[in-house]
Design a protein around this ligand. Sequence first.
Ligand code: ATP
Length: 376
Amino acid sequence: QVADAASAVGRDLRLTGLRKEYPNGFVAVHDLDLVIPQGSFFALLGPSGCGKTTTLRMVAGLETVTQGSITIGDQQITHEKPYRRPVNTVFQNYALFPHLTIAENVAFGLKRRGVKDVAGPVHEILELTELTVQADKRPAQLSGGQQQRVALARALINRPEVLLLDEPLGALDLKLRRAMQLELKRIQTEVGLTFVHVTHDQEEAMTMADTIAVMNGGVVEQLGSPTELYENPATTFVANFLGQSNLIAGTVVGIEGDQVKVDMEGTVVSIPLDRAHTANTAGTKGWVGIRPEKVLIAPAGEPIDAPGSHMTGAVIVDSSFIGVSTQYVVKMPWGREMMAFEQNTGARGVLAPGTKVDVSWRPEFAFLLDASQDVD
Ligand code: ATP
């Protein structure tokens, strides 16, 4: 009944006005407001120094909170001792006990809490993390990926409500990291716990998380699903951090229906209102953003599939065939270069540098960003 009551309240992790000022006066996290839904896979994504680890350590209780609160459901944990929080952390350096077997490493937390019968739970968690055959080995006999799973098993056996993952795959090579990303996602789905994952790798965050908070300079720049953030970034920082983007200077002309009309170097392009992150008044300067894979090119005069705003007079200056796609650099008539990535469907060969092309994109893929922001 108690459990029922708890689930009725919901056990979302809430950070309210959370602030961290280090003793030297440096503010690493500025008044953060985040709701991390119970059972979600949430990623804190950002470059080194953006405050993501500090945020995670405050949730874990390993760093004091300067201001604000941390709650899980209606449970206040802001100043609670780390071991009294229903939270566990998996760190990048797995910190396994070298002299204990894998099963003993996993059982350690339960035994310390005085649990007598550990065999059942240990067996269950080793199954979940696919470590059953490694149970009697020592950590040094395991690969990096397997050691990572032991660290995960050791945290999961305590049945935390929230599992914090601090760059847990950082020490693995790329191929293993990709495999472990899918593995972590599978485990999270199976156990249904709230996972909060800290990473600077946008592909990792997009592969695993339901929701991503992109952090920069101690604040959340944008919050959303991987597709929302990638397709409709609200700032140049998010646009660039989540992938490559063409950003072209433009000036708002006015609004027509649900579209903003923007003069982009002499061509008027349309951008859906819900993708325009600037003022909509005529004369407002902005960056027209378009992802390279959304840019369509065709030899001059040939029809372009699904044309949007047609631009003529461009020329290919570089073509790189990379198997799955060809990446073009195209010089636009106004002198700036744009990137256009074309899927290699076999419909046509690689267009050589020097080829005159027309350029187009569907208006619904473009976005408009504040011109006062840096483009790098
Ligand atoms: P990384 O991925 O490199 O760990 P991060 O985004 O996790 O980066 P934090 O470790 O949270 O960033 O650090 C945020 C900022 O706070 C950094 O500029 C860092 O130099 C600063 N910082 C961290 N710890 C302290 C401290 N004890 N005293 C003063 N400043 C600190």
